[in-house]
Design a binder for this molecule. Sequence first.
Ligand code: GTP
Ligand code: MG
Length: 312
Amino acid sequence: MTEENEMAAENAAESSPTHSGFVALIGPTNAGKSTLVNRLVGAKVSIVSHKVQTTRAIVRGIAIHNNAQIVFMDTPGIFKPRRRLDRAMVTSAWGGAKDADFIMLLIDSERGLRGDAEAILEGLKNVPQPKLLALNKVDRVNRESLLALAAAANEKIAFEQTFMISAENGSGCDDVMDYLAKTLPEGPWYYPEDQISDLPMRQLAAEITREKLFLRLHQELPYSSHVETEKWEERKDGSVRIEQVIYVERDSQKKIALGKGGETIKAISSASRRELSEILEQPVHLFLFVKVRENWGDDPERFREMGLDFPR
Ligand SMILES: Nc1nc2c(ncn2[C@@H]2O[C@H](COP(=O)(O)OP(=O)(O)OP(=O)(O)O)[C@@H](O)[C@H]2O)c(=O)[nH]1
Ligand SMILES: [Mg+2]
């Protein structure tokens, strides 16, 4: 920004009122909700993977656009729950919708209304807030099928606005921000100007490691594991020592997570460490420990750590 522009922006901020509010992003798992939040915030606040059920609890990503502070709530994908953790994730997603000024339903344009999208549209009928539709992954489909999808979804729910976007390459994302910035209620900002997320650093660090685990491990393993940061020690030389525990449910899973000669855990650790040093802008010494805890999926304490209510 040139100096002149900067002054103009400052003057505008002084003369026109600020807007702020919460936008809950909900949708089927894998629709691209977390990718979109990261894109709109302009930084990584929520982890992303090609696997389903990556996000486990609500993450708030905070963006500023024109005079508005827009708080995006990235929620776990909504699907038919089986385990206790699944139930807690889906409950948390719908709970996030309750607190929002706007609900934005994100749909993978390629998948369309197949699978869970249909049931979510049905569930949205009971939600009172204004609703927006975002058809994501437009880079994957042609215009005709997009228009047909927009029409089909709008037939079920009267959306205030339909956006066609690609969270991956950013196409259409400015329209979303322009719309929200002017439509959210007038009011003071909720968070300090430089805050981009509500996630404490220790938790984000655990999430980054969990992302690498989702990318590296397969079948049931990502779903049977959970990561917690146990120690965080700032060192005099400007580096940080981080110790994390990866909980798995069985000894056989621990073996796979470690890999032959510790190969797998080493790869996970170095990928996570690299990203953490980038985010923290300091050297990171990362130590990962794999522990078997058979019933972590039924342990209320683990749910609390994740920011989830424990369903009875
Ligand atoms: N081609 C394409 N892929 C995308 C786009 N947005 C997201 N993806 C990919 O879709 C996959 C799922 O993305 P996520 O952001 O993790 O999806 P999510 O909705 O948060 O998924 P859950 O947290 O599991 O509910 C990842 O592989 C992304 O790279 C897009 O606009 N175009
Ligand atoms: Mg997600």
